[in-house]
Design a binder for this molecule. Sequence first.
Ligand code: ZN
Ligand code: ZN
Length: 190
Amino acid sequence: MTTLLLHGGATDPAAPVSRAGGLPLVPEGFVWPLCAECEGAMQFIAHLDRGAVVVSVFMCQNEPGLCQEWDPAAGGNRAYVFPAEGLLPATAPAEGETRLDEVSVLTARRVAAGTYGEEDTFGPVDGKDVLGQLGGEPYWLQWDETPDCADCGKEMGFVAQLDRVANFGGGYAYAFVCDGCRRAAFLWQC
Ligand SMILES: [Zn+2]
Ligand SMILES: [Zn+2]
């Protein structure tokens, strides 16, 4: 089985559902991440619901292509794991490319076996574009770039792959977590 993420239509910017775009739902005291390269405010990319926790993904789009925003460790992107309880929408900074133009629900849909990403494997499903996959095995465009946790050093677990929802250079983006350390990582390949 493969769990696809389908374009489930538009929604409220602060909806507590898996989505691309809108506003991040964050714990008290959250500080919007700045890019290590250009020092601008990052763009909020996606809110991924994992039940007891959410994964929240950001990357810099102030100087597309110049901030190593594809790299899991260069500081041009940022991903967080937050306990799901008590999160509130963050306020986006006034300056910088902080929001996507659209808010798109990511609807999980289990489908029969098939390797997500292989050419022509998944066209639209029920007329809905496939915007990624949830869990399963990452479909790498280049080499296997599964990151190790920066805290414990263990290989991180694959959460989701995203396509088209933001500027991934025409490629795919990948989110990972270390559940033990509550640390997340993000990268993309094209
Ligand atoms: Zn930057
Ligand atoms: Zn860890």
